[in-house]
Every structure is written in structure tokens, then in C-alpha cells.
Design a binder for this molecule. Structure first.
Ligand SMILES: NC(=O)c1ccc[n+]([C@@H]2O[C@H](COP(=O)([O-])OP(=O)(O)OC[C@H]3O[C@@H](n4cnc5c(N)ncnc54)[C@H](OP(=O)(O)O)[C@@H]3O)[C@@H](O)[C@H]2O)c1
Length: 488
């Protein structure tokens, strides 16, 4: 079969990927290896948790999400070159040999690595997302045969604005000035006060470093919104983390999350990770073409907002409705309680509800653990879940108006054949089936349950339902009794 145009652009080339051990990077690496021919794909990986970079890559390549690749391209490991390095180190901590190899061979750079922890301290977020990217840009300027560099940012880098176009926006401080403030240990609160977290703030600042393109690189910025599980490739529903929407749906379907700060009438902008990777590869293709053929204007860094809400907007209400519907078909066997959750945009309401729906039941469960001589853990779990959902609240209670003209233009430029291989459009996107896929995916990859237990899970769920109903009646009864006692 003849390769499509975006895939063809990598033929005989060397691709360098950062962040390949992360959620997006794994799917990107798998898709590049499966759908594109290249000479080598070099992965920048650091040692972690007593595993060196080679062991980490071997572990990842053994995961089930590489099963399809193993069948379609059994020799894919021969294409991978592991580069031991760390974005935070000067010159990425590369060995002189790797450094020379990279500058001699690399043609395409996908920069996905970042800290996406919303509550990261500013010095660490600065060190990875700003200094780390600068270190990589510096290396890229030395690359003799570089054709394209795509920096992965986020659609929310300028979230203090309600309308976000595909353009650079000024920030009150530059990356250089921020570094000076942090070095002098000065207060940085005022400079980032408009941003909800250090992640989006540092992403905004590094975009502005790229905007000047002092290094004259063939560079683009790719801004996805909230990345969710795969829609179809390499398998539907693949997810490996509790960031974003799976951080809400997972505790919801196991019956732990009973209240969360979320506006059901706001638009939720989610993009499947496989669609995101297809768009990212297409952006690389466009970047290479723009710089090969283009005039001066075409060589300016271009931004691509990758969002779903322009073509197929969906409100949180629908996401929740589809989650509940799927839950009733395949509840997890591990569920601790029947699904029940009150959504409110009001912080005070949520705080009061948390006391009654999380803390009191959590304390009772912990008491039962203590009586049985086990370690109490429920209140700790609630603390973790509440912290996690608190970090997401800015994105579950607000909505943005995005422009994605560049991304849509890119889509129109793909041939019918290319669209089949690199589908990323949201025209007529079926949210119901995607949320079904998400719930099935969470059940399989996060809760590690396969569908063979569905009958048992449904039977357990019926019991949980009656128990839940009984509790509601009991609470109503107690409230009335107390009311009666005080009124008579
Ligand atoms: N997830 C989303 O919803 C979302 C939405 C919009 C944009 N994005 C963007 O997409 C990109 C990938 O996000 P993700 O969800 O895949 O995040 P992720 O799962 O947390 O992965 C982050 C990756 O960056 C690597 N990394 C972090 N610090 C590093 C360092 N000092 N040196 C080398 N590598 C380092 C991590 O390596 P280790 O495994 O060694 O830690 C990991 O491979 C990010 O740029 C993010 O801003 C994500």
C-alpha cells in the first residue's frame, strides 16, 4: 500500500521525540512506528525509579498498547534509539556521543515532554517547561538537517482570556525576567496571579520565547485541549492515567466521588489522544512544507489550536449522562457504592456536600477498618480525590471560545486517503460512543477489570442500589426524627 503524504514526509528521516514515556508520547511513538516509515526514531528518556532509560522503554514497549504494532511491524524495536537525557540538565544531560549523533541525524522534533502537574512549584515548572524547552531549542539550532520542530503546548496556555485564537498573546513578564525573580528568591505571586496554575503559566511564557524565533527554526506550536482516552487506535479506550476527564469518571463509577465542582451547562473540550497524535503528525507535515516552500511570512512560527468545541461542542451534562448510561450497562465489580453524585459550580455548596457525602461516610468506613485491625484509608483517598478535582475545577466550571482555523485548514488540505490514516476532525463526532469507550477503557486499563465479570458486577450493582436506597430512607427518617424531637 502506498504511504500517505504526512507519513511519506518521514521516509528515510530521523525523528526525535521528547516525552515518549508519557500519555501523549506513547501513542505518538506507537503511531509513528506503525504508520510511518523512518530511518530511526530517537526517544529522549531519563532514568526513573531505579530503572534506566533502556529498561523504561522496554517496559513500555511490552505494554498492551503496543500489541497491534507488534503484529503489524514485528521488527519495530530496531527503529528505536534510546537517548538518555533530562530536559532540566544543561545540554539535556546528553553524552557527547548522543549529542553529536542528534545534531548530525535528526530531521524532525516532536517536543511533548513537560510537567503537567497543575500544583507543581513554579521553580520546577520553570525548570522543565521553560528552561527544558530552551535547552532543546538550543540543541535544535545546532541540528544540521532539521526540517521541522513541533512544540506541544496547551489550548489553555492563555486561559485567563475567554477567547483564544491561534496567535501569540503578551504576558506581563518574560521567561528571562521570571528566571531572575526566582533566582533572587523574590515573590512571584503577582506575576502569575491571573493563571490558575504554574503549568499553564509556564506554557504561556515558553510560547512567547518561541514567538521571537530567534533561532530561526522551522517551528510550530500545537495546542490541544483536554486529552482523553483513544477513540480507536491502537485500540479504543486506552488510557493510562487519572489526569483530566478520567480523574472524574474513574472515582465516579466506583461510587467514591459523590460531589464535584462542575458546571453541567458549560462546554467540556475533550480531544481523544489518538486524534491528537494524528493532528500532531499532520502539523509536522505542514510545518516541513511551509518551511521548504514558503516565503518569509510562512516561516514565522504558526499555532494550531486542537479543540473539539468548534466543530462538535458537548456540555458536561451530556458527558455525565453518557457516563451514567454506560455505568448501568457495565458497572465495575470493584465499585464501592452505587453511582451517585451531586454536581455544583458553587464552591461552598460543594464544601458542605463533601462533609456529608465524603467525610462522614469516609470516617465510618475508616472506623470499620480500625475495628477489624486494619489501617484506615478512606479519608486519605477522599483527600486525594478532592485535591485532584479541585485542581480541575477551573476547567470544569469555565468554558472558552476557541478559534481553530489553522487546524481546520490543515484538515482540508489532507487527501481522502490521508484522512483515513490520520483522522483528526470532529465533524459529526459521536460523543456518546466516545464516552462509552472512555468508561470501558477506564474499567479495563485503570481498574484492570475485563468484561467477563459483567454478570457478577450487575448483580452486585443491584444490591448496592438497594443499599443506597435504604441509606437515603434511613437518613430522611433520622432527619425527621431529630426535627420532631426539637419541634415538640
Ligand atoms: N494530558 C493532557 O490533557 C494535555 C492537554 C494539553 C496539552 N498537553 C501537553 O501534551 C504534552 C504531553 O502531556 P502528557 O499528558 O503526555 O503528560 P505526561 O503523561 O505527564 O508525560 C510527560 C512526559 O514528559 C516527560 N518529562 C517530564 N519532565 C522531563 C524531564 N525533565 N526530562 C525529560 N522528560 C521529561 C515525562 O518523562 P518521565 O516519564 O520521565 O516523567 C513524560 O514522558 C505536554 O507538553 C502537555 O503540556 C497535555
Amino acid at each position: 500500500m502506498e504511504e500517505s503524504i504526512p507519513a511519506e514526509s518521514f521516509r528515510n528521516g530521523t525523528i526525535f521525540v521528547t516525552g515518549s514515556t508519557g500519555f501523549l508520547g506513547k501513542i505518538l511513538t506507537e503511531k509513528l512506528l506503525r504508520s510511518c516509515s523512518m530511518k530511526k526514531i530517537a526517544l529522549l528518556v531519563r532514568s526513573k525509579k531505579r530503572l534506566n532509560s533502556s529498561q523504561r522503554v522496554a517496559d513500555i514497549c511490552n505494554q498492551s498498547m503496543f500489541d497491534r504494532l507488534r503484529i503489524e511491524k514485528p521488527d519495530f524495536m530496531t527503529k528505536i534509539k534510546i537517548i538518555d537525557g533530562d530536559l532540566e540538565q544543561p545540554s539535556l544531560g546528553l553524552s557527547p556521543r548522543d549529542h553529536d549523533w542528534l545534531i548530525e541525524n535528526v530531521n524532525f522534533v516532536f517536543h511533548c515532554a513537560a510537567t503537567i502537574k497543575f500544583n507543581e512549584t513554579l521553580p520546577i515548572a520553570l525548570s522543565i517547561n521553560i528552561q527544558g524547552t530552551e535547552n532543546l531549542l538550543e540543541l535544535a539550532t545546532k541540528m544540521n538537517n532539521l526540517k521541522g520542530f513541533v512544540h506541544v503546548s496547551t489550548a489553555y496556555s492563555h486561559c485567563p482570556r475567554s477567547e483564544i485564537n491561534e496567535q501569540f498573546y503578551p504576558v506581563s513578564i518574560s521567561a528571562k525576567e521570571l528566571k531572575k525573580l526566582i533566582k533572587r528568591d523574590e515573590n512571584t505571586h503577582n506575576v502569575s496571579v491571573d493563571w490558575p496554575n504554574t503549568y499553564t503559566f509556564t506554557k504561556a511564557l515558553i510560547e512567547n520565547v518561541i514567538s521571537t524565533n530567534e533561532n530561526k527554526l522551522p517551528i510550530s506550536i500545537f495546542r490541544p485541549s483536554i486529552i482523553g482516552c483513544t477513540k480507536s487506535e491502537p485500540e479504543p479506550g486506552w488510557v493510562d492515567n487519572m489526569n483530566g476527564v478520567s480523574g472524574i469518571i474513574s472515582p465516579l463509577i466506583v461510587g467514591i466521588l459523590r460531589t464535584v465542582q462542575l458546571s453541567t451547562d458549560k462546554i467540556s473540550d475533550i480531544v481523544p489522544v489518538d486524534y491528537t497524535v494524528n493532528a500532531l503528525i499532520s502539523v509536522m507535515w505542514d510545518t516541513v512544507n511551509r518551511h521548504r516552500d514558503g516565503n518569509k511570512k510562512n516561516k514565522e512560527p504558526k499555532i494550531y489550536n486542537y479543540v473539539s468545541s468548534v466543530e462538535s461542542s458537548v456540555h458536561w451534562e451530556k458527558i455525565i449522562q453518557y457516563t451514567f448510561e454506560t455505568y448501568h450497562q457495565v458497572p465495575p465489580l470493584e465499585s464501592m457504592w452505587y453511582i451517585f453524585c451531586i454536581f455544583s459550580a458553587n464552591r461552598w455548596v460543594v464544601n458542605i456536600l463533601r462533609f456529608f457525602l465524603h467525610r462522614i461516610p469516609g470516617a465510618l468506613v475508616d472506623l470499620s477498618f480500625i475495628i477489624r485491625g486494619e489501617n484506615p484509608k478512606m479519608l486519605k483517598i477522599y483527600k486525594k480525590i478532592e485535591n485532584m478535582t479541585d485542581l480541575l475545577k477551573d476547567f470544569t466550571t469555565c468554558e472558552w471560545k476557541f478559534d481553530n482555523s489553522n487546524t481546520r485548514e490543515l484538515w482540508s488540505s489532507l487527501s481522502q486517503e490521508d484522512r483515513k490514516t490520520f483522522w483528526f476532525s470532529f465533524e459529526e463526532f459521536d460523543w456518546k460512543s466516545y464516552i462509552q469507550c472512555t468508561v470501558y477503557g477506564i474499567r479495563k486499563h485503570i481498574l484492570h477489570e475485563d468484561l467477563s465479570n459483567t454478570t457478577r458486577a450487575l448483580s452486585k450493582n443491584r444490591k448496592l442500589f438497594w443499599l443506597h436506597l435504604l441509606c437515603i430512607f434511613l437518613i430522611i427518617y433520622i432527619v425527621f426524627q431529630v426535627y420532631w424531637m426539637f419541634m415538640t
